[in-house]
Design a protein around this ligand. Structure first.
Ligand SMILES: [Zn+2]
Length: 71
């Protein structure tokens, strides 16, 4: 009898799009943190700060989205 191992992702790299110049950046996210994560990352090209919001759905899949910081 086979059982699926309980393998929850504990960290991942997420791609986010700079809201100012449109370039793709990636950020490492610690998925052991519960709930929503909200932090600021600087674009590697234009160096402008973007707000990154990481949310999880009911199946514990995480999604990252970027927003302009001054929104
Ligand atoms: Zn940029």
């Amino acid at each position: 009898m086979e059982e699926e191992p309980e393998s929850f992702q504990t960290d991942d790299d997420f791609v986010w799009i700079c809201q100012y110049c449109g370039v793709k950046n990636s950020v490492w996210v610690d998925l052991t943190v519960d709930g929503k994560q909200d932090f600021v990352e600087d674009c590697r090209i234009c160096c402008r700060p973007n707000r990154i919001i990481v949310t999880k759905d009911i199946e514990n899949n995480a999604f990252a989205e970027s927003r302009p910081l001054d929104e």
